[in-house]
Design a protein around this ligand. Structure first.
Ligand SMILES: Cc1ncc(COP(=O)(O)O)c(C=O)c1O
Length: 389
């Protein structure tokens, strides 16, 4: 099995390969949660510095939901149980753990909301200063939570893509640790551990298919790489089929997949976590779905909200809309005949809204609304403890 196969083509991004001759035995690693997969992570074999728990999330067998929907093979990978209640915590942990080894003092990221919140929480716990770039329309409740953890937050008027570009320029200029999803290759490495866990939790088997939401694509690519590495380790005969899910109201990759023209402006979706009109890793995501014999489905906001209601009311999992999108997509894929009702299928539940922060936690002077301009960042931070050399 060559490395080119492992990398699923060359997309111009750094990827990691490992000594796959070493078998990935359950419990072989000494760490807890995600750190158990040390042999397949790009980090030295030494104690973890990141202070919060990460990974080891439950794979739920939702009895009542299975009966209600007549889907006996339905499983839910519940990623809502981490410190910031989303799967972003895995990537945050791996990036910050490495940053702590190199002595960084500031971590930054751009995000539609959840990666930012995860970075604010993880950065604060690790003793780092945190700078966040979000689109101007980021949910105020999420910004409040970031600020309550001590982060400085830039609302960027031009939207997510501009926030992303500004974030990476600021990190390069001010020598901050850049956690930007898709840009930092550790984000894919961290998220692949979810697949290792699914494999173990199913008794060292893969499901027939997995269903994943797509924003920038890192979650799906990570999951796919995890299964490909299990094949490379000899732990699986093949990777499961991958069904990719986008919100109908912001579905650039689904449109490309199906050969449909994309509108000049997407109307916007209630699933803000996957509202990414120009995904960072679009081509790579399409290639992964193709390589995994998969398909793309889209779901309406009504379907997403209905899925979130079912997860909460019948499966006991509180999720935010983006977190419920894969489950909504699973239902759509079954209805469209892409998945069989009796197949063993795992849908990722990728996030939940944290409860509101403590009242009065907002710090004056911690949130700036700016145009995407590096000088505006430096000027805003000049009166703060964040160094802007
Ligand atoms: C809850 C939730 N689910 C899914 C995603 C999509 O992840 P990715 O950008 O890795 O495709 C996000 C991204 O922010 C998210 O917040």
């Amino acid at each position: 099995m060559g490395e080119a196969w492992l990398e699923c083509g060359d997309h111009g991004h750094q990827t990691y390969t490992y000594d796959y001759a070493r078998s990935l035995l359950p419990g072989a690693g000494t760490g807890a949660g995600m750190w158990r997969y040390q042999a397949l992570l790009p980090r030295p074999d030494e104690p973890t510095r990141y202070p919060l728990p990460v990974g080891g999330t439950p794979l739920r067998a939702p009895r009542a939901l299975r009966q209600l929907l007549e889907l006996p093979g339905l499983w839910l990978k519940d990623e809502t149980t981490g410190p910031s209640a989303s799967n972003k915590d895995r990537a945050t942990a791996l990036v910050i753990d490495e940053g702590l080894r190199t002595g960084v003092r500031v971590v930054s990221t751009a995000s539609t909301g959840n990666a930012a919140l995860s970075t604010a929480i993880g950065g604060a716990a690790a003793g780092l200063a945190v700078v966040i770039f979000v689109p101007d329309d980021c949910a105020p409740a999420k910004v409040d939570l970031m600020v309550a953890r001590g982060a400085y937050v830039f609302r960027v008027r031009e939207g997510y893509r501009a926030a992303f570009e500004l974030s990476r320029r600021a990190a390069a200029r001010f020598t901050w640790l850049d956690r930007c999803t898709g840009l930092n290759p550790l984000t894919v490495e961290a998220k692949k551990t979810t697949s290792f866990e699914v494999w173990e939790q199913l008794g060292q088997r893969a499901p027939e298919a997995v269903v994943l939401p797509v924003g920038d694509g890192v979650t799906l690519i990570g999951a796919a790489k995890g299964f490909r590495e299990l094949v490379a380790c000899g732990a699986l005969p093949w990777v499961p089929r991958i069904i990719a899910v986008q919100a109908q109201n912001c579905a650039p990759l689904a449109a490309q997949w199906h050969g449909n023209p994309a509108p000049a402006h997407w109307p916007g979706t209630v699933a803000d976590g996957i509202e990414v009109p120009q995904p960072m890793l679009g081509d790579w995501t399409l290639d992964e779905v193709r390589a995994a014999r998969g398909d793309f489905v889209t779901v309406s906001d009504a379907e997403i909200l209905d899925a979130a209601d079912l997860l909460a009311g019948v499966a006991g999992i509180a999720s935010e809309p983006a977190g419920a999108a894969a489950f909504a997509g699973l239902r759509r894929a079954v209805a469209d005949g892409l998945l069989g009702a009796r197949e063993t299928v795992v849908a990722w539940v990728t996030g939940a809204n944290l409860p509101a922060g403590p009242a009065g936690a907002a710090r004056p002077g911690a949130v700036f609304t700016i145009s995407a301009d590096l000088d505006a960042v430096a000027a805003a931070l000049a009166g703060t403890p964040i160094p802007v050399p």
